[in-house]
Design a protein around this ligand. Structure first.
Ligand code: PMV
Length: 359
């Protein structure tokens, strides 16, 4: 599909008022997206596990306005009006207006809440932007005659991408690919696509326990980080590495080879942070406790032959990934040895999930 396919034809129907609510999950990338071109087009393809517990629930209420000169909306987080969220939403609306021509004809009330604490250091942009994109698509579905589920999901992902790149991987589950890659059938730079190949049962209900090392605001936003990949001395090699990892991951997902899986996933996490440390200006998002946890995981794996591994986002928190059959032992290890490195001992137990839901 091309960008043109997402430009709506004139709407045959009208709608005066309404309300839609969507719950949309966060996702954790195994092959990381870091570096983009104009219009949120990724430099390399990425692959993520959709999460199950970490979600944003967004209700969008709307009514027809008298005039359609400007965007008109208000936004609430947990019932509190959030003026400081408005510029981000305004930018999002401007980017997607050409694809959703009804945007200026309504006044919107956006009410949102997250299942994870706002100040957990977990980015809510993926779940938040995908939930909003889905609410907007529910309006468009009412205005159009018939919209297939496939097109609905693709366009929701396409719109979410324009809010926050990784948000396009939060519509479906359990595994999503974003970014064109030779060996992944149907993969596109424009939207996330459900992973199309066989996945070994070792990955059923794969666990992700998120250790909250640092709950503070990120010192460097991902927008700034992506931009620092322009002119980065290792950028081209990094994009090549990501493409290779994608091909290798396809094989490990099929065979269930968890040792090979661990190598790819941990290498991706460290390569992401290596890009941060070698950009100009350089920066470090890991904290001493992030490294303590990594070292403990390596030690535990060696001592027990466990298949536990870690990945990192653009922050200090650690995602501990492991197969469901190790749930009990790894949780015990986390409680015994890793909780001490989490801020106030906090962590979130999650697992692979199946995507967003209309409520
Ligand atoms: O979606 P953004 O622009 O916040 O970028 C996300 C980047 C990473 O989380 C570090 C990697 C990824 O692929 O999710």
């Amino acid at each position: 599909m091309t960008v043109q396919d997402f430009i709506s034809k004139p709407y045959p129907k009208t709608l005066e008022t309404g309300r839609f609510t969507w719950s949309s999950p966060s996702n954790i990338a195994l092959v990381k997206y870091w570096g983009k071109k104009e219009h949120q087009i990724p430099e390399n393809s990425s692959l993520s596990f959709t999460l199950n517990q970490c979600k944003t629930i967004t209700s969008l209420s709307f009514f027809k306005k008298e005039t359609d000169e400007d965007f008109s909306f208000e936004i609430y987080l947990d019932g509190d009006k959030k003026e400081d969220f408005k510029p981000k939403i305004e930018t999002f609306f401007k980017r997607i207006e050409v694809y959703l021509p009804f945007l200026k004809t309504y006044h919107f009330k956006i009410e949102t809440s997250n299942t994870f604490p706002h100040s957990s250091g977990i980015a809510s942009s993926a779940s938040g932007m995908s939930a909003l994109a889905l609410c907007l698509m529910s309006i468009e579905r009412e205005l159009l005659e018939d919209v297939s589920e496939e097109f609905f999901n693709k366009k929701a992902s396409f719109l979410a991408r324009l809010g926050s790149g990784s948000a396009c991987r939060s519509i479906e589950g359990p595994i999503v690919v974003w970014g064109a890659h030779d060996i992944i059938k149907g993969s596109s730079d424009l939207y996330g696509e459900k992973y199309p190949y066989a996945v070994h049962e070792n990955f059923d209900n794969y666990q992700d326990t998120i250790l909250l090392v640092d709950k503070g605001e990120k010192q460097v936003s991902s927008t700034v980080g992506h931009n620092l990949m322009h002119g980065h001395p290792f950028a081209n090699e990094r994009f090549k590495q990501a493409a290779q990892h994608m091909s290798r991951l396809q094989i490990t997902l099929e065979t269930g080879d968890l040792d090979a899986f661990i190598k790819i996933v941990e290498s991706e996490a460290l390569s992401l942070h290596a890009m941060m440390m070698t950009s100009m200006p350089y920066f470090i998002l890991m904290k001493p406790n992030t490294l303590e946890i990594i070292s403990k995981i390596w030690h535990y794996r060696k001592a027990t032959n466990s298949k536990v591994c870690f990945t990192l986002d653009a922050g200090a928190n650690v995602h501990v990934l492991y197969p469901e059959n190790e749930k009990e032992s790894v949780l015990q290890f986390i409680n015994n040895e890793l909780v001490a490195y989490c801020q106030n001992g906090h962590y979130i137990s999650d697992q692979i999930g199946f995507g967003a839901q209309l409520i």
